[in-house]
Structures are given as structure tokens and as C-alpha cells.
Design a protein around this ligand. Structure first.
Ligand code: TYD
Length: 211
């Protein structure tokens, strides 16, 4: 019955998404399932260019609305050129960040409002939402301590107050979209985190008839 499966990873900076995404990649490979791994902002030539603009600390003065629209523009490209075509071919698509990051960072962090940001993203994504979101939750102090302090990008260099608002945003998203969320405490060990993610993935894979 499967028409693809769209999984996203979300959470504050430094929550350890990359390690868990790598675990999932190995797991899907071991199962012999056809998957596409991508990231936001990025994943197409144009979206990677937009990523450079967004993360460049030289663009510190960018307005919040321009920022939200650039993330949405990058997402529009990625959905139409990469994610939707892969789902149409029945593949499993795993994306490192998606719409929930915009709701948290731009909606809450920049105080544009989650509903406004959701609106522009409905347009950008043609209403494509993930079937499963792995939300790695970690308080901002701990997340920031894990980052390389000499190489912070434009968003990472925002102050603690900003990152606290972002975390509130992720908490809102986790509650509002509880039906597609697997919230995991990112303060646990890598092994413990994966032990929580795997059953959530298995459940969806079974439901869609992949395993
Ligand atoms: P990235 O390298 O993906 O950060 P990480 O490795 O922590 O996932 O950089 C993306 C940055 O952009 C990150 O700080 C979160 C931010 N972001 C938004 O503000 N809005 C968005 O919609 C997305 C996708 C990311």
C-alpha cells in the first residue's frame, strides 16, 4: 500500500540529529529499502545557494520576513524537485529539518507567529507534511555547549534568549502535531536515543507495508 514515506528530524542546534540520521541511513540500507536523504536548507543547487545566504554571518541584518521567505523558497524547490518525486516513486525520504524548524526559529525565535509562518509554508510545500517527525529535544544551554564555538553560523550565533524561544517553538510544534511526532530526550546516550527512534520508524514502515 505504500506511496513512499516522509520522515523528518527536528530539534534545536546541537541536539545530535546527524548521528541519528546516520543510524537511520544504515538501518534502512540493512533492510534493503530505497531511500533518499536530504537536508534543509539545501538539497538542490538553488537551495544550497539560498542556504549559503541564510547561514552567512555577514547577513546579520536580514529582516525576519526575508529570512522566513528564503527558508520557504529553499523548501519549495526541495519539495518539488526532490522530495515529492521520490515519494511518487515509493521511496523513503528522510530530511534533516523541514517545516517545523521554520515554525520554531522564525515563528517563535523571530516572533513572526507560527500560524503566519505555517501559511507561507503551506504555499511553499503544496501542503506536503511528514508522516513521522523525530523531535530531539535538548535545552538550549546544553545544545550550545556542544557546538564548535569558533564556527557558529548566523542562526547559531544568536543569543541564548533567541534559542530559548526556539525551544518553546519546538515544544508548541510537538504538542500541536502530536499525531506525527516522536519526541526524544536528546540528553540520553546515542544508543538510548536510537532505541527510542527505531520502534517509531518500524511502526510506520509496517503501516506502509515496507516491512
Ligand atoms: P544546519 O546546518 O542544518 O544546522 P543543524 O546542523 O543544527 O541542523 O543549519 C540550519 C540552521 O538554520 C539551523 O540553525 C536552524 C536554522 N533553520 C531555520 O531557522 N529555519 C528553517 O526553516 C530551517 C530549515 C533551519
Amino acid at each position: 500500500m505504500n506511496r513512499g514515506l516522509f520522515i523528518t528530524f527536528e530539534g534545536p542546534d546541537g541536539a545530535g540529529k546527524s548521528t541519528q540520521i546516520e543510524n537511520l541511513r544504515n538501518y534502512l540500507d540493512d533492510l534493503g529499502l530505497d531511500s533518499v536523504f536530504t537536508r534543509e536548507p539545501g538539497g538542490t543547487d538553488l537551495s544550497e545557494n539560498i542556504r549559503d545566504i541564510l547561514l552567512d554571518p555577514a547577513n546579520k541584518g536580514m529582516t525576519s520576513r526575508a529570512e522566513a521567505l528564503l527558508y520557504a523558497a529553499s523548501r519549495a524547490e526541495l519539495v518539488e524537485k526532490v522530495i515529492q518525486p521520490a515519494l511518487d516513486q515509493n521511496k523513503i525520504v528522510v530530511c534533516d529539518r523541514y517545516i517545523d524548524s521554520s515554525l520554531a526559529y522564525q515563528g517563535y525565535g523571530r516572533e513572526l507567529g507560527a500560524l503566519k509562518v505555517f501559511g507561507i509554508n503551506q504555499f511553499a510545500t503544496q501542503d506536503l507534511m511528514p508522516a513521522l517527525t523525530i523531535m530531539l529535544m535538548l535545552d538550549p544551554e546544553k545544545g550550545r555547549a556542544r557546538l564548535d564555538q569558533d564556527n557558529l553560523d548566523r542562526l547559531e550565533s544568536e543569543d541564548l534568549e533567541f534559542h530559548k524561544k526556539v525551544l518553546q517553538g519546538f515544544a508548541y510544534v510537538a504538542e500541536e502535531y502530536a499525531y506525527r511526532m516522536k519526541v526524544v530526550d536528546a540528553g540520553m546516550s546515542r544508543e538510548e536515543i536510537w532505541d527510542e527512534i527505531k520502534p517509531a520508524v518500524d511502526w510506520k514502515l509496517k503501516k506502509r507495508g515496507f516491512i
